[in-house]
Design a protein around this ligand. Structure first.
Ligand code: PLP
Length: 286
């Protein structure tokens, strides 16, 4: 992404490097906002209705009027950004904060208008050759708050945890709360246990990932066995395969957790799902 790319900011299309935000914006001061990251494949917006529904749900959970997210309006803006910036395969980041207040005050009023930013984000998904080798992960205590189902811009805990993984030469941190898997610092987590694909059931302890939903749809379509259930630390570490899912990389096999080897390379069921996901994307977004 270059700094002269066009972004959408509070009703206008402006160059990224000339877009200014007030220091009294509650998103800046308190992380008081929510966001979405939506993949663009060959200029098409991936699972857009699901992403916009989750955005509305996040807004409702922090008491911001979700009617500000209108499907038709938002899709039009995203399509304009795709054209203005010549995006082909890209990501769109949507950020909505509670808005600019008169003073810095924890207590909010309904007087400020939400700040809406929509811009491109440039991530490079892993090549298939990397996916086949797999990645390593660490285990970390899930010390985040108990509203992890909100896609909140308050990401300090996730940032600290992801950086611990990074400095440990790992791709991701797998989070345990009371001895049970919740998700990754920036992904949902699946295991394969005796041929069954398992992932923690949705709750306030994890984000309802759109890729998680996409993979669940594919799993059902291809008749694979699926279970949303509790996964203990012991079950996680003795599983046959592990993979992480997120919008940037739908399936990332994890072959090692801390010093424990899970599989030599990416496991067969993870690779099968990776193949189904790639095929769906290629076929649907020609
Ligand atoms: C904490 C967390 N869980 C799960 C996910 C995966 O969500 P999605 O598939 O919607 O990208 C993300 C993505 O950013 C995340 O940050």
């Amino acid at each position: 992404m270059t700094n002269s790319e066009t972004v959408y900011f509070n009703g206008s299309y402006t160059p990224k490097n000339q877009t200014k935000l007030s220091i009294l914006d509650r998103g800046f001061l308190f992380g008081d906002g929510v966001y979405e990251l939506i993949p663009i494949y060959n200029k098409h917006i991936f699972y857009v209705k699901n992403h916009l529904n989750r955005l509305r749900s996040s807004l409702e959970l922090i008491n911001i009027d979700s009617a500000i997210v209108n499907d038709e309006k938002f899709i039009k803006i995203i399509k304009s950004l795709i054209e203005l910036n010549s995006y082909v395969n890209h990501y769109i980041y949507i950020h909505i904060s509670r808005g600019v207040d008169k003073t810095r005050n924890h207590v909010y009023t309904n007087e400020c208008d939400p700040t809406i930013l929509i811009m491109g984000e440039n991530y490079q998904p892993f090549d298939k050759s990397i996916i086949e080798i797999g990645k390593s992960a660490i285990i970390e205590e899930d010390y985040r708050w108990l509203k992890s189902n909100i896609k909140s811009t308050s990401l300090l805990a996730n940032v600290l945890i992801k950086n611990k993984a990074y400095t440990s030469d790992a791709y991701e941190a797998l989070l345990l709360r009371d001895g049970y898997l919740t998700e990754g610092s920036a992904s949902n987590v699946f295991i394969i246990d005796n041929g069954v694909i398992k992932t923690p059931k949705l709750s306030n302890k994890l984000l309802p990932g759109i890729t998680r939903k996409f993979l669940a749809d594919l799993i059902k379509e291809h008749g694979l066995e699926f279970d949303e259930c509790d996964i203990s630390k012991e079950k996680l570490l003795s599983s046959d395969e592990i993979f992480c899912s997120s919008s940037t990389n739908p399936v990332v096999p994890i072959t090692q957790v801390d010093n424990i080897s899970i599989s030599r390379n990416a496991g067969p069921i993870s690779m099968q799902l990776y193949g189904h996901a790639q095929k769906f994307i290629e076929d649907s977004y020609k």
